[in-house]
Design a protein around this ligand. Structure first.
Ligand code: GDP
Ligand code: MG
Length: 176
């Protein structure tokens, strides 16, 4: 299962949240994840043997041809791709999405940082993302999560209890 998306959207944080430990390096500064890295997920899933969580570099850190190659490679090697977003769908993300859709691999859209918006803004954002999706992607699941509530950018009106994520055993528990 591979996390894919722009740099800094929280791909590594999301995988750490699933693992329940900070196994993948995360950073506010860009470029922390330089190459593909996989870690076995000790999560029993009926019908599946070993599940590997795969982290990838940010798609906006390479040029357009490199991005398409990266998307194709990730999709080829994965059985499920999580396209992680942290805001409205950008052109770079839409392009990567097209390559992933073309691969035919199962795909989930994951809107991270849901601790950063009040409920009504989050709903507006989800609507906008859906509107921007190409027709063939409209049936994809769009999940909202807070992989690592750093507390920064968290509006008091959102009613979320922000605290450092690194100490939480399962910061991803319960999608927003
Ligand atoms: N507020 C908030 N910050 C987050 C969330 N997820 C990740 N971050 C922060 O965003 C920064 C980039 O995260 P990282 O996982 O390294 O992004 P990546 O480049 O996509 O792998 C880190 O400082 C994380 O702590 C979230 O859900 N909410
Ligand atoms: Mg990373």
């Amino acid at each position: 299962m591979a996390a894919f998306g722009r740099v800094g959207v929280g791909k590594s944080s999301l995988l750490n949240a699933l693992l329940g430990e900070p196994a993948f390096a995360t950073d506010v500064a860009h470029g922390c994840t330089r190459r593909r890295q996989g870690i076995a997920w000790q999560q029993a899933i009926a019908g599946l043997g070993r599940v590997e969580l795969v982290d990838t570099p940010g798609i906006d850190e390479v040029d357009a041809p490199g991005r398409a190659r990266l998307a194709a490679r990730v999709a080829l090697a994965a059985d499920l791709v999580l396209l992680v977003l942290d805001g409205d769908l950008s052109r770079v993300e839409a392009e990567a999405l097209a390559v992933l859709l073309g691969s035919g691999k199962p795909l989930l859209l994951v809107l991270n940082r849901c601790d950063c918006w009040p409920k009504d803004e989050r709903a507006a954002l989800l609507n906008s993302i859906r509107r921007r999706l190409p027709p063939e992607a409209r049936s994809l699941e769009l999940l909202t999560v807070a992989a690592a509530r750093t507390g920064l950018g968290c509006w008091p009106t959102a009613g979320c209890a922000a605290r450092p994520a690194r100490r939480r055993s399962n910061p991803c528990a319960g999608a927003c």
